[in-house]
Design a protein around this ligand. Structure first.
Ligand code: COA
Length: 446
């Protein structure tokens, strides 16, 4: 069977940076460690006044097409995943295609364009759509462009304000990919939940503490579903496990529960039994409460073992490096986590060709999905080409007063006209005001 997967990837970060420990925490009266240690975040990225989900997505896609020497004729689908759309009818992909047509010869008139919505998981769902389209033989040799782009802003004063972010990930999905092949096997955990939603409003209504529990519950269901088709998982099976990362502290919780699940009835559980006992089994307890207490105590002991710590340091921690610097990018977040893990391996001369990843996506509302990926031969060149370090270093460090201004600029109810920009746009698409039907307009700045 032909391999299908991610052929190329490009990342665009919002060009502003909010330092959480040194700028945000003092203004909120919080200890910096709540951010750096508890949530695991150092900086959030924000869009400058001339950036939005279209410019960020189009800038990532343009770089990807240029680097791979692609023309619009090579692309048969453009799917945008976002939860920050500003139009209930016209999809963001049409705006992005319009931008790209300003700089590439030809057009995307024969490409199928759409927009996917299911909170943060829709980026992965768009990968699925592209995978299925290619597998079905409908692609005519062409590739799909999947763009996950979001401005993850919360209302001022909301607890989620600590985990904001903005950026886009563009991915090229092709036959015989250079980066990773996607597994056909996948598992779902999906239920009608009200942990995070935006009922026709820009900023989310969030039950933050509950959203953490729902994430863990759905992820567990998805892992069990994945194992029902792909067989039991073992910690040694996967070099990296990128998770959806609303903030690294969330993944710390998911990683521990995932490890506990994977080692059950394995040599790892046996090897650890002398020190921390075997995992409690439900049938040995009279009540759910007694069982939950016992499993919670076991998990606390497991967390302190060298076996777990070493596995976490190698398999999970590298996937969080970028998130620490940019915050939550919603639909792009799990794809940033994958890139982060691969980048770390590349920088440390780890050969991943042929090795496997387990990827855990999540969207509130709520659904988790788990699939495996196999790293392809061209992965090092692909990862080396991403210029994210330069982008991160070039971000403008905003003061708290500037943060308040930027938040207002991107607040649809305020829409401050002629707000002064913090950085100078260069070789990129910028927002260029509104048209006569209320559409947003864009232009390319040399
Ligand atoms: N030193 C070290 N750790 C500290 C600390 C300090 N001084 N102060 C707080 N912390 C820790 C807390 O113990 C907590 O960690 P834990 O959950 O492992 O116990 C963490 O930092 C966050 O602190 P908390 O008081 O829970 O923060 P909060 O009430 O502001 O809410 C969220 C955190 C995640 C609920 C909130 O940011 C939110 O609603 N985010 C948006 C929704 C979201 O991202 N959900 C995730 C699933 S999609």
């Amino acid at each position: 069977m032909t391999k299908v997967g991610i052929d190329a990837i490009e990342i665009h970060t919002g060009k502003l940076r909010l330092d959480l420990a040194n700028t945000f925490a003092p203004a909120k009266g919080d200890e910096p460690e709540k951010y750096t240690k508890g949530l695991g975040l150092e900086n959030s990225s924000f869009p400058d006044t001339y950036e939005d989900i279209v410019t960020m997505g189009a800038n990532a896609a343009r770089r990807l097409m240029e680097r791979r020497d692609l023309t619009p004729q090579d692309i048969g689908r453009i799917d945008v995943a976002t939860e920050s759309a500003f139009d209930n009818s016209k999809p963001v992909s049409t705006y992005i295609a319009g931008c790209l047509e300003q700089v590439f010869d030809g057009d995307f008139h024969h490409a199928n364009k759409g927009e996917r919505k299911f909170a943060c998981i829709s980026g992965t769902q768009s990968l699925d759509d592209a995978y299925n389209w290619i597998r079905a033989g409908r692609n005519r040799g062409r590739s799909a462009l999947v763009i996950a782009t979001d401005t993850a802003l919360y209302a001022r004063g909301d607890a989620g304000e600590a985990t904001q972010g903005a950026g886009a990930v563009a991915m090229l999905i092709s036959e015989d990919p250079d980066l990773v092949e996607l597994s056909t096997e996948q598992g779902y955990g999906s239920a009608d939940e009200t942990d995070f939603l935006k009922p026709n409003q820009q900023f989310p209504s969030v039950d933050g503490k509950r959203s953490v529990q729902v994430y863990l519950a759905r992820m567990r269901e998805a892992l069990e579903d994945f194992e029902s088709v792909a067989g039991d998982t073992h910690p040694d099976d996967f070099e990296l496990i990128p998770f959806h990362t609303p903030f690294p502290g969330m993944v710390r919780k998911a990683g521990l529960l995932g490890f506990r699940h994977m080692i059950r009835d394995t040599n790892v559980e046996e090897d650890l039994a002398g020190d921390i006992g075997r995992q409690p089994r439900r049938e040995a307890f009279d009540s759910d409460d007694a069982f939950l207490d016992a499993i919670s105590e076991y998990t606390d002991r497991l967390k302190e073992t060298d076996t777990y710590r070493e596995w976490y340091a190698e398999t999970i921690d590298p996937t969080l490096n970028i998130a620490r610097q940019v915050g939550n990018w919603y639909t792009g977040s799990v794809h940033v986590a994958r890139a982060s893990g691969l980048k770390h391996a590349y920088e440390n001369d780890v050969d991943l060709t042929g090795k496997r990843l387990l990827v855990g996506s999540y969207g509130s509302g709520a659904q988790a999905e788990i699939h495996a990926e196999t790293v392809q031969e061209g992965w090092e060149d692909e990862i080396a080409a991403i210029d994210l370090d330069e982008q991160l270093a070039a971000r403008y460090d905003i003061s708290f007063e500037e943060y308040e201004r930027v938040h207002d600029v991107h607040n649809h109810d305020k829409q401050a006209e002629d707000a002064e920009e913090f950085t100078n746009p260069e070789d990129e698409f910028v927002f260029d005001g509104w048209g006569r039907m209320g559409e947003r307009k864009y232009r390319y700045v040399e």
